[in-house]
Write a protein that binds this ligand. Structure first.
Ligand code: SF4
Ligand code: SF4
Length: 111
């Protein structure tokens, strides 16, 4: 499966919210809401699990629509944070990369 790299470097192609949205799969929406409840202590109802991807046209999951990293990259007219000279010294993006180091590798692979 090809990657769909978000502004922060996460791979939206492997995100259950996007998979459930593209397939309009309510069972996967339900399972994703349950999984995120455990992983992120987030009370998100299955109906809110709708997202076509950070940089794709279409609906965004609310947290991603409000994402500080995405907003920052967009405000600088960057496609992703890979274009930013602060990439490896940015405290905002580090909040993701410290938990998901592959996201940084995904961004580096774009340069
Ligand atoms: S932007 Fe959408 S598809 Fe990408 S990680 Fe966020 S919820 Fe998932
Ligand atoms: S400052 Fe940080 S969040 Fe903003 S574009 Fe650069 S790396 Fe991304």
């Amino acid at each position: 499966m090809g990657k769909v790299i978000a502004c922060c470097g996460l791979d939206c192609a492997s995100c259950d919210a996007r998979i459930a949205t593209l397939a309009d799969d309510n069972e996967l929406r339900f399972q994703t809401a349950e999984k995120w409840k455990v992983q992120y202590h987030a009370g998100i109802s299955p109906e809110r699990i709708n997202c076509t991807g950070c940089r794709e046209a279409g609906i965004k999951f609310s947290h991603c629509a409000e994402c500080e990293i995405r907003n920052c990259a967009n405000s600088k007219n960057f496609l992703t944070c890979a274009e930013c000279e602060k990439l490896e010294n940015c405290p905002t993006i580090k909040s993701i990369h410290q938990y998901v180091p592959e996201a940084l590798e995904n961004l580096k692979s774009l340069n």
